[in-house]
Design a protein around this ligand. Sequence first.
Ligand code: PLP
Length: 382
Amino acid sequence: MAFMQNSTPNLTQNPTPIPVTRPWISDLEIEYVNDAIRHGWGPRCYEYILRFEKALAAYQGTRHALATSSCTGAIQLAFAAIGLAPGDEVIVPESTWVASIAPIVHLGATPVFVDVLPDTWCMDLAQAAAAITPRTKAIMPVHVYGNLAPMQALKTLAEQNGLYLIEDAAEALGSVYHGQKAGSIGDIGVFSFHGTKSISTGEGGALVTSNSELFARISVLADHGRVPSEKRLFFPHEVGYKFKMSNLQAAMGCAQLERAETIVEAKRRVFQAYQTALADLPLRMNPEPAGERNAYWMSTVVFEGEQPPDRDALMQALKAEAIDSRPFFYPLTALPMFEAQPEHRVAYDLSPRGLNLPSYPELTDTDLLRVCSVLRQALQLS
Ligand SMILES: *Cc1c(COP(=O)(O)O)cnc(C)c1O
């Protein structure tokens, strides 16, 4: 590919906007959604939902899957199902989206933040181990940008301490950890199908588990507390939740899931193009250690050195050429509602150095060339 070091981009007056992400829609999605909107009512109103859940469980290699209205809803259900209550603690990484931890707070429990590792940007195992107290109920690693947390060691740690392992795989559908799909390794795994995620239903999420007891509990909680053995209609046994995915969304999800491997391969092609084109620059990108497959939800660059370039200025320069990008996650404890923990040096250091580049599957070689050229030019200026 012609990613020349000094190639100048073909800057036009009104360059075509390049968003940071967008779902890849084929005729299949349109066909299924059309079918759902025409026929998916009455006796067929759950057809695509059930099919989607079955397909997701098969893809993940788990016994059960539940489609939800969002990943945030799936996380809420997961923590409610394990009985998370005020006084309990959950160990979580600093570098993630706030959705990972909001349900913990809503249930009155306490998120205990730990630092991330400089290479994977995922939960630091040693810090997670050190953070365990008698109040700890669960550990929640997050596979940030598709990168994988050290699952085998975390699983052992959780088992040795009698803790639940809840895997936030919202950003890692299609990532594989030593033969196991991300999200299928912990007690419960959660996914997001938000419009920005690799596989999308517009808004949506899911939860997977192979623990049938937990799944039975989750199913009751997710259905407003209605128990399967109760024959009376409208007779819940407790106050539950409702985070259901619609049949229309599930129809889109079924098509996306059938095409999941194609989509992941396209994301990998995008990442590899960036990696090759930017290889000479002082930056790191998402890692892919031996034995793992990274589904690269976001092709991410982290600038090295004592004085990294001004990340926000870079974003502005890209924006000026109609190229969208995203900053690396702020450490959650840097947000106003938490107490700052700058001793989590890795997460605090990564944040101003990191940038998500446009990462959607349909990016063309020309688009990729344009992004890299503009980035290079901006780096010379900054
Ligand atoms: C997107 C995301 C979520 C939340 O997903 P929603 O479907 O928007 O609720 C949770 N965790 C992580 C890590 C995410 O990236």
